[in-house]
Ligand binder design. Structure first.
Ligand SMILES: [Zn+2]
Length: 233
């Protein structure tokens, strides 16, 4: 199975899901006329019992029923963030399991506060466990760092500040984004887009790669170079 990189929405829509409720303020489904703040994203459009795969590898730190969440699986990734997958019908993992991106972890259901079968996906900051208020933000803005193999194209950032600028390029190329701490993974990549920071260390890490340099002198110049590159392809 080919799994897209990064954005959870892309990951799930490629498997036939669709967003049934976005991140952020929305009409409260349980209190008509009121607004609540949706701390994750909902993916539905697939029948009850459909296998749900994890967007991220890591350690399962919880897999049990909670009020509100229903049957919840929580996975801590390599950076310490907690990825929460809620309202499952059944579990496919248990507390203490190790999982890789794409592994099945549960099935679509409507346990807890759910108006119909769907997945609620939320990313929580390190140390916040399963607290609803611990959310990182829009899950599609989360910076996934994957251990990857057989990559032809990759993006390398100068720093985390370049991430938002590089995300549309990643969406277009469907390739992973690497931080400077992961340069050791680049040796087999054949095309590398440098989106921020110096090019020289990248050339050293991947001497045979074709380098496409989109770095400016600051992140604003880098953003401008990325958008003009996107406009030209
Ligand atoms: Zn939700």
């Amino acid at each position: 199975m080919q799994l897209g990189y990064g954005f959870p929405t892309r990951f799930y829509t490629e498997q036939g899901f669709r967003i049934t409720s976005p991140f952020g303020p929305r009409p409260d489904p349980f209190n008509p006329g009121e607004t609540d703040f949706h701390t994750g994203k909902d993916y539905g459009g697939r029948p009850r019992g459909t296998l749900v795969r994890t967007t991220v590898g890591g350690d399962v730190f919880t897999a049990r029923a909670y009020s509100g969440w229903g049957n919840l699986v929580g996975i801590t990734d390599a950076k310490g963030y907690n990825h929460l997958f809620a309202h499952f019908q059944d579990f496919r993992v248990k507390n203490g399991d190790k999982v890789a991106r794409g592994d099945g972890i549960g099935t679509i259901g409507s346990t807890g506060n759910a108006t119909g079968p769907h997945l609620h996906y939320q990313i929580n900051k390190p140390g916040t466990g399963v607290r609803s208020s611990g959310y990182f933000g829009d899950p599609d803005k989360y910076y996934f760092e994957e251990e990857v193999e057989n990559v032809e194209i990759a993006i390398v950032l100068g720093s985390d500040a370049d991430y938002c600028n590089a995300a549309p390029l990643r969406d277009w190329l469907n390739c992973p984004i690497f931080s400077r701490s992961a340069l050791g993974q680049l040796s087999k990549v054949s095309n590398i887009y440098v989106c921020g920071g110096a090019v020289e260390p990248i050339k050293q890490a991947a001497p045979k790669a074709k380098i496409i340099n989109l770095s400016g002198n600051n992140r604003f110049e880098t953003a401008a170079k990325i958008s003009s590159h996107l406009a030209s392809i």
